[in-house]
Design a protein. Structure first.
Length: 270
C-alpha cells in the first residue's frame, strides 16, 4: 500500500513523506536521500525492499524535492537528524511490533551517521551508502568562510554520480533535483562533520558501511575512517570495486541491494 502526504515535522516544518507498506512486513526501513536529490530516486530500492516484506518510509529533506524550504539550504545540520528522528518515531508508532532500520545515502548517509551518534539505541541497525563522514575528498572545504549563507553555487554532481549514463541523464533531467547548492548548506555540513568527528564513539548500534571504490564525490576513505571511529561491536564495511558514488544505481545495484537486504534479515533473526 502506498500513501503520501505533507506532514509537520518536530518544529512544524512541512515535509513531503511517503510510505510503501508490505502486508506481511517483518521490518521497517526508513530511507534517507542525499544532497540535491529526493526520495523518489529510491523507487527501485523501495520495490526490492517491499518484495522482501519490508515496509519503507521515505521523505524529502528540507529544501529538497517536494518539501518546503529554500532549495538546498540548511541553517543547521541538526535539522537533518531531527527530521529523520521524527520519521523514525512515526514509523515506530505505526509499527510498534516491528524492528526499524535506517538506510542513508551520501548526505543521507551523513545524516544516518549523526543519527547513530545522537540517538543511540533507537533503531535496530543503520546502513550507510557513500556517506560523507570525514570529507576526505574536500567536497565541502572549497568555499571561504563568511559568505552570505544564501549564496548559491551550481550543482555539478551529475557526471560523477554513477557509471551508467542513463542514470546520469535521468538525474540531469529530473525536475525535482536541486540545480544549486547554498553556502549555508555547505557550512552546516562542515559543522556536522566536525561534530561527528567528536561524537562518533557514541555510535554503538549495528552498522553496515558501503562505498564505491571510485567514488569521485565522497572518497571511500570516509567510510574506512568512520568504520574505525564508531563504537559499534557489530559493524561491517564493504567497498565495491570500480563503482562510483551511487552504488544502489550502479550496474551491480542488485548485488548491493541484496547485501543490504541480507544484512538486515540477519539482524532481524538475532
Amino acid at each position: 500500500m502506498q500513501a503520501e502526504k505533507m506532514i509537520d515535522s518536530y518544529d512544524g516544518f512541512h515535509l513531503y513523506a511517503r510510505k510503501d507498506t508490505s502486508e506481511n512486513a517483518k521490518a521497517v526501513a526508513v530511507v534517507v536521500h542525499g544532497l540535491c536529490e529526493h526520495q523518489g530516486r529510491y523507487n527501485y530500492l523501495t520495490e526490492k525492499l517491499n518484495e522482501h516484506n519490508f515496509s519503507v518510509y521515505r521523505f524529502d529533506h528540507r529544501g529538497h524535492g517536494k518539501s518546503d524550504g529554500e532549495r538546498a539550504y540548511l541553517k543547521d545540520f541538526n535539522c537533518l537528524t531531527d527530521d529523520t528522528n521524527f520519521i523514525v518515531d512515526l514509523a515506530k508508532k505505526e509499527n510498534p511490533k516491528l524492528p526499524v532500520f535506517l538506510i542513508g545515502h551520501s548526505m543521507g548517509g551523513f545524516t544516518v551517521a549523526c543519527y547513530g551518534a545522537k540517538y543511540p539505541g533507537k533503531v535496530n541497525g543503520l546502513v550507510l551508502s557513500g556517506a560523507l563522514t570525514n570529507d576526505v575528498a574536500g567536497a565541502f572545504k572549497q568555499i571561504p568562510d563568511g559568505l552570505d549563507p544564501h549564496k548559491t553555487f551550481p550543482n555539478e554532481l551529475t557526471d560523477n554520480i554513477c557509471r551508467d549514463p542513463k542514470v546520469c541523464k535521468a538525474y540531469a533531467d529530473d525536475p525535482l533535483r536541486c540545480h544549486v547548492i547554498t553556502a549555508g548548506l555547505i557550512y552546516a555540513m562542515q559543522d556536522g562533520v566536525r561534530w561527528l568527528g567528536e561524537n562518533a564513539g557514541e555510535f554503538k548500534d549495528p552498522a553496515l558501511l558501503m562505498h564505491g571504490e571510485c567514488d569521485k564525490i565522497v572518497s571511500y576513505e570516509d567510510s574506512c575512517k568512520f568504520f574505525t571511529m564508531i563504537g559499534s561491536q557489530d559493524k561491517q564495511l564493504k567497498i565495491y570495486g570500480k563503482c562510483y558514488h551511487e552504488i544502489m544505481n550502479e550496474y551491480c545495484r542488485d548485488e548491493v541491494i541484496g547485501d543490504v537486504i541480507r544484512w538486515i534479515e540477519n539482524r532481524i533473526q538475532r
